[in-house]
Design a protein around this ligand. Structure first.
Ligand SMILES: CC(C)(COP(=O)(O)OP(=O)(O)OC[C@H]1O[C@@H](n2cnc3c(N)ncnc32)[C@H](O)[C@@H]1OP(=O)(O)O)[C@@H](O)C(=O)NCCC(=O)NCCS
Length: 332
């Protein structure tokens, strides 16, 4: 999409801005969070007054007079073909602030209701990442409520990596980081059977190398993965960066007497792409899905004393005190 541009909030769009505000009020009469990225627009007396406040918020010297502790820039998303204002997005210049650093984040956005569902928010955030780069930031925090699935998709499609959910005054807020340095096209999606051949190639390349030195062939790996994907209890995630598969993680849901458990069966990141955060991003994405479906326990089997054991313990998993894995020694 290249029919959209971001321009700094400017008086020539005052008329359209007021229409945008009216549309949002009418569409979401009862939602206190209907205006993302439009700080205090609800209480402004006129579009001109609000645009002037945006101007004052740009500078550390004047932002406090305009009600903001931290300087920020507000952008209008304008469709180039007909000069229509379709949305508003802001960018805080830093989040060294107790609220912004915890749940406010660097930016927020609103698309006018009549223009939603056309990919504009995704494009607005993508364009705003260029402003982030220009500001010299390496990563940005973007947050949303778990119920705001549209906003979550917007963040994920821009390379947002789920970090954690915080609870503020009883309300759950999801935190996502977008890494500007490596950003662009990192995407985590559910594993799909049509891509099994690609997964098998990655699997073989990782596990036939150090420290495992297994003897997989593409065929045996593909049979293993395909069988596991067809169970009906399978959940798996694949991470792509620059359209290249970098890692996969998968396992099975298991009904237990105290709820649903999840068994992580395989997890691998391309050998040359390890230590770049892809593994953590995959694990977090899987954990998020599992928490959404109410999984109460995650478990896995991994080699004792190897790198993998340390990796998992760093990420909060511990060896079970009550269970051991037993074998007839056909496993090495
Ligand atoms: C969130 C918001 C900005 C999205 O704007 P938009 O222009 O509709 O977003 P896009 O079209 O770029 O992308 C929306 C994605 O969410 C999906 N989506 C929309 N509603 C959804 C829902 N209820 N459940 C799941 N997905 C949903 C769309 O299908 C689309 O995904 P797809 O492209 O993979 O199909 C808009 O809903 C809005 O302005 N909301 C009010 C303010 C707000 O909540 N801001 C975010 C604060 S964090």
């Amino acid at each position: 999409m290249n029919d959209l541009k971001l321009i700094e909030a400017a008086p020539e769009y005052a008329g359209q801005l007021w229409q945008f505000r009216k549309e949002v009020f009418e569409y979401d009469p009862d939602d206190g969070n209907r205006f993302g990225g439009c700080m205090s627009i609800e209480s402004a007396n006129s579009a001109e007054e609000w645009i002037e406040m945006c101007r004052m918020r740009k500078s550390a010297a004047t932002c406090k007079q305009a009600g903001a502790d931290v300087p920020s820039t507000t952008y209008f998303a304008v469709r180039k073909s007909d000069d229509r204002l379709v949305g508003v997005i802001d960018l805080r210049h830093h989040i060294n602030h107790p609220i912004l650093g915890t749940w406010g984040g660097h930016c927020c956005y609103t698309v006018r209701p009549s223009e939603r569902g056309h990919g504009y928010a995704k494009e607005m955030l993508r364009l705003n990442l260029q402003n982030v780069k220009a500001l010299g930031l390496n990563k940005v925090l973007v947050t949303c409520y778990p119920s705001n699935k549209a906003s979550e998709k917007v963040i994920l499609s821009n390379g947002g990596v789920y970090e954690k959910t915080v609870i503020i005054d009883g309300i759950r807020i999801q935190r996502f980081w977008i890494d500007i340095v490596n950003n662009g096209t990192v995407e985590i999606s559910d594993m799909e059977l049509s891509n099994v051949s690609e997964y098998a190639e990655l699997f073989v390349s990782v596990f036939n190398a150090e420290p495992w030195n297994d003897s997989w062939t593409k065929e045996t790996a593909q049979i293993r993965i395909e069988n596991m994907m067809k169970t009906g209890t399978f959940i798996g995630k694949a991470l792509y960066a620059d359209n290249d598969l970098k890692g996969i993680i998968w396992g099975q849901k298991e009904r237990y007497y105290n709820g649903t458990h999840f068994h992580i069966q395989e997890f691998c990141v391309k050998t040359s792409e390890q230590n770049k955060g892809y593994g953590s991003a995959l694990l977090k994405a899987l954990e998020k899905t599992l928490s959404e479906i109410g999984v109460v326990n995650i478990f896995l089997i991994t080699s004792k004393g190897e790198k993998a054991e340390g990796y998992y313990s760093k990420r909060g998993l511990t060896a079970s005190y009550s269970m051991i894995m037993m074998t007839n020694h056909s496993f090495c």
